[in-house]
Write a protein that binds this ligand. Structure first.
Ligand code: EPU
Length: 421
């Protein structure tokens, strides 16, 4: 079993460079299925979710080749139906469901396994299905697979989503990119990765407007062509290192970011007495000789505070003076990691979607588990800020979404290593 071993207490200082956005990459990779020709994708994050998405495409017959560490060519000109091993890979990650939208968009037919991914309670996909059905597809779930079929082709539709969903917005955008007519999607998600997927598709010849607002219009085009596209920097990876330096103290220059995407996180850190300086494509986060102070957080769809930063900021609040309230506005069950933090001396109480955190002076090292991707990142932060040794188990969750986390943190002063038990 592999785990991280962290000796806490070192302030972080120096520079960290942020990779490409996970949640953009894992939608853009399946989007390449819509394209006849080679898509060259730059700034590809080096994480296991990307590796799996690319393996799934290869199982479907796509040609995938790395040009350098972060640039990959994908050619989906000739792809075929899913093999058993493709279904097996799909079960491992959430984002495999984007293949429903892209295969449906390209062939009018798709079959994917029920998606896996982090467990924060029920993760319905009714809004994806509602969108596909509006575009003329028939959906059936059987034998652990979701099957979509648009016998007479996809057509445009006006779709009003009942809930704001990142996944449904992207999936239906994929299906509608080549559907006949103009599709209007209302009450859509506005996350930076939604805009990135639309920009990718537009650069390959699609006609999508309004991404980043509540209403997206998609004029279906006949076909998409190959091209070169660079994925945006990862908002959550950057936010995680911002939270890390807030918790440990020190000063970190976080490079290759879009500061506007980080404002929801920056504002909370400033509330907590942390200094954040915004530069062109970097932020400097500093906390030297300053006591963290309490704040309240409620997670909301973008531009609200991101749910994927909730566990990392909660660790910072564990060390802040006073009592803070964290309200989870997206997922039903995203506080399971609080039991792990309690092993380190945190004082927290969870009641449904609300957690009350009473700040303590110090956390103590302990053996803890990464309950999911972001909860795992939170444990790493807690370990770096705590007295003594912390062991973080189940690190496969963390490596799904953070590239070179050990090397990046070591380079800025953390005492962290990855060991095999
Ligand atoms: N929802 C529905 N019906 C649907 C879809 C969603 O009711 O058909 C509900 C969900 O239950 C949830 C809310 O809508 O309460 C938002 O879900 P959304 O669809 O936006 O989430 P997702 O697409 O499944 C993505 C990210 C998550 C991130 C959420 C919210 C990927 C693969 N995952 O999930 O990222 O938490 O958006 O921003 O893009 C992570 O990176 O750690 C992660 C979990």
């Amino acid at each position: 079993m592999e785990k991280f071993v962290i000796k806490g207490g070192n302030p972080l200082s120096g520079e960290i460079s942020i990779g490409g956005a996970k949640n953009a990459a894992i939608a853009i990779i399946p989007a390449a299925v819509l394209v006849k020709g080679v898509c060259r994708l730059e700034n590809m994050p080096r994480i296991s979710d990307v590796k799996i998405q690319l393996e799934i495409l290869e199982e479907l017959g796509a040609k995938v080749s790395y040009v350098d560490e972060t640039t990959v060519d994908i050619d989906c000109t000739d792809i075929h139906e899913a093999t058993e091993s493709a279904y097996e890979l799909m079960r491992g990650i959430r984002a495999s469901y984007y293949l429903l939208g892209s295969l449906l968009g390209r062939y009018g037919k798709a079959s994917v396994s029920m998606p896996g991914g982090c467990d924060f309670g029920i993760r319905p996909i009714d809004q994806h299905i509602k969108g596909f059905e509006a575009l003329g597809a028939h959906i059936e779930v059987r034998n652990g697979k979701i099957e979509a079929d648009a016998m007479s082709g996809l057509h445009s539709a006006n779709i009003y989503f009942d809930t704001v969903s990142v996944g449904a917005t992207m999936n239906v955008m994929l299906a509608a990119a080549m559907a006949k007519g103009t599709t209007v999607m209302e009450n859509v998600a506005k996350e930076p990765h939604i805009v990135d997927l639309a920009n990718f598709l537009n650069s390959m010849g699609a006609s999508i407007s309004g991404a980043g607002t509540d209403v997206i219009k998609i004029k279906g085009v006949e076909s998409l062509h190959g091209g070169v596209y660079s994925i945006i920097p990862d908002q959550i990876e950057a936010g995680t290192y911002m939270a890390a330096v807030a918790a440990t103290g020190g000063s970190l220059l976080i490079k290759n970011v879009i500061p506007r995407h980080l404002e929801c996180i920056t504002n909370k850190l400033v509330d907590m007495n942390v200094d954040v300086e915004e530069l062109d494509d970097a932020v400097r986060v500093t906390r030297i000789n300053k006591q963290l102070t309490k704040t309240n957080i409620k997670t909301l769809p973008y531009p609200g505070f991101p749910t994927d930063m909730q566990p990392q900021l909660a660790v910072v609040l564990c060390l802040a003076e006073g009592t803070s309230i964290v309200t989870e506005g997206i997922w039903d069950d995203r506080f399971r990691y609080m039991d792990e933090l309690k092993k380190m001396g945190a004082i927290t109480q969870v009641d449904g979607k609300v957690a009350i955190i009473e700040g303590v002076r110090r956390l103590n090292g302990a053996c803890v588990k990464a309950r999911d991707l972001r909860a795992g990142a939170a444990m790493v932060i807690a370990g770096m800020a705590a007295d003594g040794i912390t062991e973080v188990e189940d690190i496969q969750f963390i490596e799904r979404g953070y590239e070179d986390i050990v090397q990046k943190l070591k380079a800025v002063g953390a005492d962290i290593c990855r060991i095999c038990d």
